[in-house]
Design a protein around this ligand. Structure first.
Ligand code: NAI
Length: 395
């Protein structure tokens, strides 16, 4: 089958197996070139391991410090004549590379919110690893079936209190328009918190603690975003921001438990805004990211997921000094994004952007390149006119 990108709004419904594999290799090469992370994690559970920050965390742990990894994700497998979602191919490529390097890698494809997947994950850890010393919680999901009540919670990306109007871009068509998003009601806020808040992270950590599967000094980490004033109404002060506040609440609760039980710690890292499947679904944010990339590339400070996570592990989580925390106790690898000179430059560009000048004033081209790369397209050295077998089975 010859696989080409088929972009529908903010998703691409096809993915290229060889391209995804090349994308994984690029990330592995980056981590290896940076050198070993000492003393890095050795036995790692990554929840949300197949794309974005979770995937980069898994690659950094494995190839930066030789970690054994268990990866949990929710991807559509390939079928005869039908490509999988990219996380499926990413995981196959990661697993092949890890095994070739003599590293243990186990995978579980299913709903991380469910009791069943937690049980299976615990069994794998108990059987193969004994304990884990790092748990990365990096889920981004539109819905959660609550394991105790059976209720289906759907997360929304809405402001709170008042409608929000701002510029947005259709990244596929290159159209800059104004969008007005209606505020969420209390149910919308509660549902988003149920999906993207901290309850499920707490359930995972409690299950691991109860089963005595956390090693002495174990670390738990999850990721959040704060961002600049341009996106506050839709992000920090919106439904997703409320959910992230709950994630921070959970972090403090988990931290206290881990300290007492195993002398461990729980942390939240505030990461940079990046093109991922999760962020491309948020209105306004892709326009912000397009401008951000332009400004950060011009100043030589641009990073992708792998650069962010490699820096997080090597300079914060596993450095010889304690992590540098902000006033709320969070690690900040969004520090370069939030530099005043970067934000001032973005604020100057923001009001001027139109459909006509989008290619000049923003890095929309870079956004699109990154977007397609997530699906395995546009990688150097891949012949996209060649036949490729879409049906690939998990190792
Ligand atoms: P992503 O969409 O690339 O990755 C999400 C991962 O979660 C995938 O591995 C997917 O398979 C998995 N997943 C989703 N639902 C699942 C389920 N029910 N069961 C098992 N696995 C499931 O997302 P991204 O952007 O890497 O986000 C990860 C975290 O980083 C989120 O908490 C997000 O808020 C945060 N973050 C993202 C930023 C961005 O700009 N993309 C910036 C800062 C933080």
């Amino acid at each position: 089958m010859i696989i080409k990108p088929k972009v529908r709004g903010f998703v691409c419904v096809t993915a290229h197996p060889t391209g995804c594999s090349a994308h994984i290799q690029q990330q592995i090469d980056y981590v290896k070139a940076k050198g070993p992370i000492k003393p890095g994690p050795k036995k790692v559970l990554v929840i949300g391991a197949s794309t974005g920050f979770g995937l980069s965390s898994r690659i950094t742990a494995a190839f930066g410090s030789g970690a054994s990894t268990v990866g949990i994700f929710y991807e559509r497998p390939s079928e005869e004549g039908r490509p999988a979602t990219p996380g499926w191919y990413n995981t196959i490529a990661f697993t092949k590379a890890a095994k070739a390097a003599g590293l243990y890698a186990a995978n579980l494809n299913g709903d991380a919110f469910s009791d069943d997947i937690k049980k299976q994950a615990l069994e794998i850890i108990a059987r193969d690893l004994g304990q884990v010393d790092l748990v990365v919680y990096s889920l981004a999901s539109p819905r959660r079936v609550h394991p105790k009540t059976g209720a289906v919670h759907k997360s929304t990306l809405q402001p709170i209190g008042a409608p929000y109007t701002n510029k947005t871009v259709d990244t596929d068509k290159g159209l800059v328009t104004e969008i007005t998003i209606q505020p969420a009601d209390e149910t919308g806020i509660a549902d988003t918190t149920a999906v993207m808040g901290g309850e499920d992270w707490e359930m995972w950590m409690q299950a691991l603690l109860d089963a005595k599967l956390l090693a002495p000094g174990a670390t738990a980490i999850s990721y959040t975003y704060i961002g600049p004033i341009h996106t506050w109404p839709i992000y920090r002060d919106g439904t997703i921001g409320r959910a992230k506040l709950d994630l921070e609440r959970a972090c403090h609760a988990i931290d206290a438990k881990l300290k007492t039980a195993v002398g461990g710690r729980a942390l939240i890292s505030v990461n940079k805004a990046l093109v991922t499947q999760a962020s491309s679904a948020i209105p306004v944010v892709p326009l912000y990211i397009s401008i951000l990339y332009k400004v950060m590339k011009a100043t030589g400070t641009h990073e992708g997921c792998i650069e962010q996570i490699q820096r997080l592990f090597s300079t914060q989580l596993y450095a010889s000094t304690q992590p540098k925390l902000d006033s709320e106790g969070r690690v900040r690898v969004d520090d370069w994004e939030m530099r005043p000179e970067i934000q001032t430059a973005i604020s100057e560009i923001w009001p001027k952007v139109t459909t006509e000048n989008l290619p000049q004033l923003t890095d929309i081209a870079g956004y699109r390149t990154e977007f397609l790369k997530m699906f395995g397209f546009g990688l150097p050295g891949i012949d996209y006119e060649a036949e490729v077998e879409p049906h690939q089975t998990m190792l």
